[in-house]
Design a protein around this ligand. Structure first.
Ligand SMILES: C[S@@+](CC[C@H](N)C(=O)[O-])C[C@H]1O[C@@H](n2cnc3c(N)ncnc32)[C@H](O)[C@@H]1O
Length: 278
């Protein structure tokens, strides 16, 4: 566990926040459940290309929220998907969504548990693919413990795949994204009160406290390597999924980028790390 692990109640505080936001998110344009029920797939193109063909493979999704990404992998051919999240309302919604799409629990199972308890909580000892990200690791105080848990759940010959928002984005000023305003090496938790959600900043909400952590790129890569996995790639991307800075422009592909006359920085990264075949 890193030194500044944050307030003791971080887990309860964050869970209450996430529990409350599930209903908000299922009704939002951001998650657009109507389109999802039709297309059954929200996996971003870069993720699909980097993860490769999932046909016939087993996949564990850590911090799955209400299961859109998890179920998308099933739609893409994964033989069995398991989603884990510590929010009971999220998991109940994911189970309902799986049933609505016609997936039984053998094909798509959802488990309510903390990510640090995943090894004891999930139904199988290991998975061909352990998938996570898109706003996941910032909720975790201890990346070494997270990486050990994730790596233990990768089957021999399988891999961990993580797609995340780049930590460089955490240090730049919100409006222009051009000035270093925050400490890249910050270890202390961000313990804050913000109402609403990324799907609707004005939404009236009650559980508004959040406890989050910044994790540098070096911290992530070193934790995964120390857990015994071999880093296959670390890709940095010039785009992100939302209006992270006021100056970003939404492209035709739906991703947000700096205008062409601005020097770029990476806004997301993705990492694949493999476990040797037995
Ligand atoms: C932004 S979502 C990421 C999921 C997915 N990318 C999405 O957008 O649907 C973060 C998820 O992490 C979950 N979470 C946060 N801390 C957790 C923990 N300690 N254990 C398990 N789940 C956790 C939250 O409940 C939430 O569903």
């Amino acid at each position: 566990m890193r030194e500044e692990k944050g307030p003791d109640d971080w887990r309860e505080v964050n869970r209450a926040r996430w529990d409350e936001r599930v209903v908000l998110h299922t009704a939002s344009d951001y998650y657009d459940q109507g389109t999802f029920l039709r297309t059954r797939d929200v996996i971003r193109d870069f993720e699909a290309a980097e993860v490769g063909d999932v046909t016939g493979r087993s996949l564990l999704h850590l911090q799955c929220h209400f299961g859109q990404d998890t179920l998308s992998w099933a739609h893409r051919g994964a033989a069995r998907v398991v989603g884990l999240d510590f929010s009971e309302p999220a998991i109940e919604t994911a189970r309902d969504l799986a049933a609505e799409l016609g997936y039984g629990p053998d094909r798509a199972a959802f488990v309510a548990a903390d990510v640090y308890d995943a090894a004891e909580a999930v139904p199988d000892p290991a998975y061909d693919i352990v998938y996570t990200g898109i706003g996941a690791v910032n909720w975790l105080p201890d990346l070494v413990g997270w990486a050990e848990t994730a790596a233990s759940l990768v089957a021999p010959g399988g891999f961990l795949y993580l797609a995340e928002f780049h930590p460089l984005g955490d240090v730049l000023d919100e409006e222009t994204g051009s000035r270093v305003a925050f400490d890249y090496f910050r270890r202390a938790a961000w313990d804050e009160e913000t109402s609403g959600s990324y799907t609707d900043f004005g939404a009236p909400t009650v559980h508004n406290r959040s406890v989050e952590w910044q994790h540098s790129l070096g911290e992530v890569v070193s934790a995964v390597a120390a857990a015994g996995l071999r880093i296959a790639f670390l890709h940095e991307h010039d785009m992100t999924l939302f209006q992270r800075f006021g100056v970003l422009r939404r492209g035709e592909d739906g991703f947000y980028r700096f205008p062409e006359d601005r020097p770029r920085i990476p806004l997301m990264y993705s990492l694949k790390a493999t476990k040797p075949a037995a």
